[in-house]
Design a protein around this ligand. Sequence first.
Ligand code: X2W
Length: 286
Amino acid sequence: MAELRATVKQVLSQLAESREARYYLTQFSSTDRMHFAVVKVGGGVLDQQLDALAAALAFLRNLGLMPIILHGAGPQLDAALEEAGIETVKRDGLRVTSPEAMGVIRPVTYRANRQLVTALERQGVRAQGIQHGVFECDYLDRDRLGLVGDIRRIDLEAIREAVDRGVLPVVASLGESATGQVMNINADFAARELIWAVEPHKIIFLTPTGGLLDESGRVISAISLRTDFDYLVSQPWVHSGMQLKLQQVAQILEKLPDTASVSITSVENLARELFTHRGAGTLIRQ
Ligand code: X2W
């Protein structure tokens, strides 16, 4: 962990001195603060790389940039539910959420949210956990999935207010029904809706693997959906998790201008992805 933190710090200080980095910084700084970036952080990243993540985000804040963070807590929920003796059932990749399971999901998601806020504050970053009030949901399929939310409306007020005050928004993937019932939302779905609402300049998904991997386990540096999508999803080595990610990214980009792109990268490579021409991770375009 200490080693990873040291690597992140080293990369960051190199970048701060490069002309290439300054070019991107000028570009990012010229967009309205609210529209710089939405960064989706998987629960696995929070679990394994919390301090390195906080350091990488602190670097962006020190440059005056304000990403909007949306996080999941999938692995933490798996572990906590198992400990509580509640069986995990997933349908189409979504966790079937009983009221009993929600009794675990809610506090565990809150805790993951607070952990990131605390880690950021340790780095000197003012951050605010936003755990409710953003995603108004319908039931996605109450009979099959229970308390799983389908986002009907997004309220950006709390996020905008944090950004205006210079406080980094850290949004959890929980929503509420019209009657105030707390709903479990897949964090990639929540990220998608948030991205559509915010229309950020940069769209980043942070994962432990740092990108989509090819047949031999190397990160694929660029994917053009128009030319590569059909080929990729037909390949036997493209496992279901990657297919789902590709489909989600394709869906996100469908509703955005042609110039938009999505980066899937790791915490260590976040700054490189943002501030170098070559990037680091998988860049997906339409
Ligand atoms: C997800 C929410 C957390 C999540 C779940 O319960 O696991 C549903 O499946 P990651 O770490 O980003 O995967 N919700 C409905 O998506 O976290």
